[in-house]
Structures are given as C-alpha cells and as structure tokens.
Design a protein around this ligand. Sequence first.
Ligand SMILES: NC(=O)C1=CN([C@@H]2O[C@H](COP(=O)(O)OP(=O)(O)OC[C@H]3O[C@@H](n4cnc5c(N)ncnc54)[C@H](O)[C@@H]3O)[C@@H](O)[C@H]2O)C=CC1
Ligand SMILES: CC(C)CCC[C@@H](C)[C@H]1CC[C@H]2C3=C(CC[C@]12C)[C@@]1(C)CCC(=O)C[C@@H]1CC3
Length: 347
Amino acid sequence: MAASVKNKKCLVIGGCGFLGRHLCEGLLERGWTVNVFDIRSTFEDSRIKFFIGDLCKKEDLLPALEGVYCVFHCASPAPLSNNKALFYKVNYEGTRNVIEACKEAGVKRMVLTSSASVVYEGKGIRNGREEELPYAAKPLDYYTETKILQERTSLEANSDDFYTVAIRPHGIFGPRDLQLVPITVDMARKGKTKFIIGDGKNVVDFTYVGNVVHGHILAAEHIGPGSPANGKAYHITNDEPIFFWTFMTRLLTGLGYPAPRIHLPYSLLYVVALFLQFVAWIVSPLVIFTPSLSPMKVALAGTDHFYNCENAKRDLGYSPVFTLDQALKLTIESYPEMRNPEEKKGS
Ligand SMILES: NC(=O)C1=CN([C@@H]2O[C@H](COP(=O)(O)OP(=O)(O)OC[C@H]3O[C@@H](n4cnc5c(N)ncnc54)[C@H](O)[C@@H]3O)[C@@H](O)[C@H]2O)C=CC1
Ligand SMILES: CC(C)CCC[C@@H](C)[C@H]1CC[C@H]2C3=C(CC[C@]12C)[C@@]1(C)CCC(=O)C[C@@H]1CC3
C-alpha cells in the first residue's frame, strides 16, 4: 500500500540532469519537498534547495541528507562518454558512498535509477522478465559494467533499516533529453541517418521521461516495511514495443529530416564498430577518441531489446501515463531548434 508522502522531504542526486530535473518537477507536483544534489547547476527553482557537490565525497553529501525521507539516486557520468575510470568512480565507488552517507544520516529509503542495459549484452531480449535475466556476463561498454555494479551494490544494501529498489528504464527520451534526440539530429545533419542497420525489423522499448518519473515516484511510495518491492529491480518502459527504425523514422520525419532507407548488413557494421573500438584502445595512451559508431550503439540499433513490466504493475501499481504517440508529439514539439533547417528553404 503506498505510503502518504505529503510534504515528505527527498533528495534527488543528479537532479540537474535530464531525468533528474523531470523527476524534481514530478515530485513537486506530487507534494514532496525537494532537495537537489549535483556536481553542477543547470537550473533554478525557488521551491528547491540546491546542494552542489560530488557524490563521491561524504562530506558533500551529509548536509543534503538531513531530514530526508527518501533519496533518488539518478546520477551517472554521460552514458556514451566511455570514461572507464570516471564510470567506476561515480557509479560504483560513488554509489557505495551514497549508501554509507544515507545510513549515517538516518535516511531509510533509496530509489536507484539503474538501466535495462544491465542485462543486455548484444543478444536479442524479447519481453525480458527481471527474474529470468541475469546481469550481462559480457557488458558491451564500461557504462553498463558499472551500472551492474551499482545496481547489485544498491540492492544488496537493502535491509529493514534501509529499503532500496532499482528502476530499470530503457531508452529514455523527452524534452531536454541530452542524448537520444541531440545525437540523432547531429547524425541527421551530417547525412548519417540515411542508413538502416540490419533488416529494420528489430523490436525495442523506448521510455518517455514522464513514465520514468512516474515509476520512480511509485517505487518511493511503495518501499518500506513488508513491501514486496524492497531490494528488487523493476523494468519501467512505455510498454509499447516498436520497431527501432519505425521509432527513429517517426522522430526524424517529425523533425523534418528524411527517413532512413538504405539497409546495411548488421554484422558488417558490428565488425567495423569493434575495429574502431580496438583502434581507440590502441591509441588511448597517446590520444583519447570515442568512435561515434560503438558496438553498443550498433547492437542497440540492430537487435531486439524490449522488456516486460508486469512486476512493476503488480508491486508498484505502475502503468505508463504517456503513450508513445503522445510522447513523440511532446518531444518533437519541445525541440524547435532541432528541426531540419533545410525544410524551411524547401517550403
Ligand atoms: N538516458 C537514458 O536513456 C537512460 C539513462 N539511465 C540512467 O538514468 C540516470 C539519469 O540519466 P540522464 O538524466 O540521461 O543523465 P544526465 O547526464 O542528464 O544526468 C546525470 C546527472 O548526474 C550528475 N552527476 C554526475 N556525476 C556526479 C557526481 N560525481 N556527483 C554529483 N552529481 C553527478 C550530472 O551532473 C548530471 O546532472 C543515470 O543514472 C542513467 O544511468 C537509464 C536508462 C536509460
Ligand atoms: C542510429 C541513429 C539513427 C540513431 C542513434 C540513436 C542513439 C544515439 C540512441 C538509440 C538507443 C539509445 C540508448 C542509449 C543512448 C542513446 C541511444 C544509443 C542508452 C545507451 C543510454 C543509457 C542507458 O542506460 C541505456 C540506453 C539504451 C538506448
């Protein structure tokens, strides 16, 4: 049974990020008192108390944790940055620090933003259930490797004195997204989105940020004494699996760019991505470069990866608030600056 959280205080670690800021807005609407902890400042809101610091430093965290009912930990280095040391420091060591600081401050609840990628290693996942999918034995990148460590550490910390739960969104998109839409538009403006990787029939999940926020808040309201959600991980998606390339086509054409149309063999692209990763590794002592074509991106663009949300529906009362149609419309409308500048010339 959801606990009443009217005027309960929470701390959103990573609250200045894409998901974090939307989460703050959703929590405020729901009647929570919201503190934000982040290593940077990206917005102002008189209703929020901001703490700027590094989650890897307990002395930075403790002042922000005073009187907090629940911590939402949604901080991470940028997933596609490929900085192994930073991922390990923040996602693993930093999360252990957050847990210790929570216990020291007497905080009783933590909702971790994990990722559905923790069970993905490039092989197809179709309607994957949490209890049927082990952690990826061979994660495709350092980000995923450290998200596995982060989730495992967080769920193992669950006890009657400190309730934890992990939310696994997949492919979050929406207004103020820093990855999916900006990267796609950047590729489109460079003429790189005319290609389809594989046969174009791989089915995936994408998750509108408003639904991810909803799942997080439900999780916070449900964990506690005797809850079946304590110490568990939950897939949170739009629950509308879609062809990856249909989604991309709708996003691109909605922003005025042409639809992808030339098929390239998946295996060829994957080998090229592996080669580029090897070259980047060989030259890394001299120069750091992150190939735009990574094995993770090619795999995500060319294989099935969609997940079952039944456990979240049962234990958290989750169901998507925004449909994919509504979500794409809201997202496309929120990015006038991302529209194809050529479309105006052509009209
Ligand atoms: N964007 C996506 O498609 C998905 C994201 N996720 C997870 O959702 C969470 C949020 O992701 P986004 O909002 O996309 O990322 P983001 O990069 O927009 O936000 C992350 C925030 O964490 C903060 N942060 C990073 N290191 C920190 C440190 N040492 N101390 C304090 N704050 C720190 C950053 O300043 C940033 O504001 C992450 O945990 C990510 O792994 C999970 C599934 C999909
Ligand atoms: C091929 C192009 C037309 C489109 C490129 C889109 C990609 C930039 C995105 C498609 C799937 C996205 C995704 C993530 C980042 C951006 C994409 C690769 C994550 C890796 C972000 C962090 C996560 O936790 C998992 C996400 C999976 C999906």
